[in-house]
Design a protein around this ligand. Structure first.
Ligand SMILES: Nc1ncnc2c1ncn2[C@@H]1O[C@H](COP(=O)(O)OP(=O)(O)OP(=O)(O)O)[C@@H](O)[C@H]1O
Ligand SMILES: [Mg+2]
Length: 335
């Protein structure tokens, strides 16, 4: 069983004086998962990642990697993990190839494997054309590739990437993201980021931290599902060629139980009227709306939930009341 669980953090805490940088964090990561670590600045992401990789000692709690306690075998654990630290330190005056050779020696890879591993890793990270360049001459995107290559060189099962796309331009972000996606097909990956579409594109699970604590642990779809249902778009028209009066229709729709607000959003030249309905406290209005439309004799042209955004979920969880919401927990109403 434990081999299926790649990482297990139990009541993991880190205190700096009176600051609780990480506070009683408990979670598991299954083999093969690509986990996105989200949270505002200072939430405790980097501190957590450093404890996971064994580069920072927890104040309390423990981390197990494939069932082994990190403090019991720090070197063995480091062989299983590839780590791209935040603002990865690289040697600017070193050539890419020399830096990676140096990394291979530091990692104590058998000498016979240096060549083949270097080739596979550089191929994968798209570094073949810059092997002879000094790291200091590289663009940020290429520097980040070097950082990733450094983390991948010893072929670890688990990659821990602290903001792998920070500071990159949109094209480079997509390139690195695709690379991570590709890597995620065969390895367990934990990455932190401030870019929300990134986790949606790359990760199958999201942890959101706030002030050192876990405030959400769910799939991207699960997080969004909890947001949706709250706004609904509705397009209706009258029977035949009659025109509907938007003020009258609004008045009728207001009678729907659970409605928070209603807005007319009809587009120019569109048939009938279009409204945006917001529900109170994540209620699903679809059934009540359908019944109302039928009762009034209107024709329903369209009804769909507004796409909820991860931004909303993030803001609600990190600026709101901080009520923990677990995928496995019971459904709760946010009144
Ligand atoms: N060495 C340290 N000494 C004292 N406090 C620290 C230290 N490292 C981190 N902290 C504090 O711990 C908290 C968590 O910091 P951490 O760097 O883990 O956050 P983060 O989520 O990675 O933030 P960011 O998104 O800005 O990278 C912050 O309040 C930070 O100031
Ligand atoms: Mg950080």
């Amino acid at each position: 069983m434990s081999e299926q669980i790649m990482i297990e953090a139990s009541a993991l805490s880190k205190r700096y004086g009176d600051t609780r940088a990480v506070d009683l964090l408990t979670f598991q990561v299954q083999r093969g998962e690509v986990l996105g670590f989200l949270g505002p600045n200072g939430a405790g992401k980097t501190t957590t990642m450093r404890m996971l990789t064994g580069t920072l000692r927890p104040s309390e709690g423990e981390v197990r990697v494939a069932g082994i306690r990190v403090q019991d075998d720090p070197l063995g654990i480091r062989r299983r993990i590839g780590y791209l630290p935040e603002n990865a330190p690289l040697y600017d005056e070193m050539m890419v190839v020399d830096f990676l050779r140096f990394t291979a020696r530091m990692r104590e890879l058998p000498v016979a494997e240096h060549g083949p591993r270097l080739k596979v890793t550089c191929d994968r990270c798209g570094l073949m054309d810059v092997l002879g360049k000094d790291i200091g001459q590289l663009s940020k995107g290429y520097r980040q590739r070097v950082g990733l290559a450094q983390a991948l060189l010893h072929d670890p099962d688990l990659l821990i990437l602290d903001e792998p796309t920070s500071g990159l331009d949109p094209n480079q972000i997509v390139e690195i993201r695709n690379l991570i996606k590709d890597i995620g097909k065969e390895k367990t990956v934990i990455l932190s980021t401030h870019i929300l579409p990134e986790v949606q594109a790359t990760c199958n699970r999201i942890l959101i931290m706030n002030e050192g604590r876990l405030v959400a642990d769910d799939s991207p779809e699960g997080l969004l599902a909890r947001q949706s249902g709250s706004t609904l778009q509705l397009q209706i028209k009258a029977e035949g060629t009659q025109e509907l009066d938007s003020a009258i229709v609004r008045g009728k729709l207001r009678e729907i139980d659970g409605l928070q607000s209603i807005e007319v959003v009809s587009a120019e030249g569109e048939t009938g009227l279009r409204f945006k309905l917001a529900a109170k406290a994540e209620r699903d209005l679809r059934e009540a709306v359908f019944r109302k439309v039928v009762a009034e004799g209107w024709i329903l042209l369209d009804m769909h939930r507004e796409a909820a955004s991860l931004e909303e979920a993030f803001r609600r969880l990190t600026l709101g009341d901080g009520t923990p919401t677990q995928a496995s927990g019971e459904e709760q109403d946010h009144e």
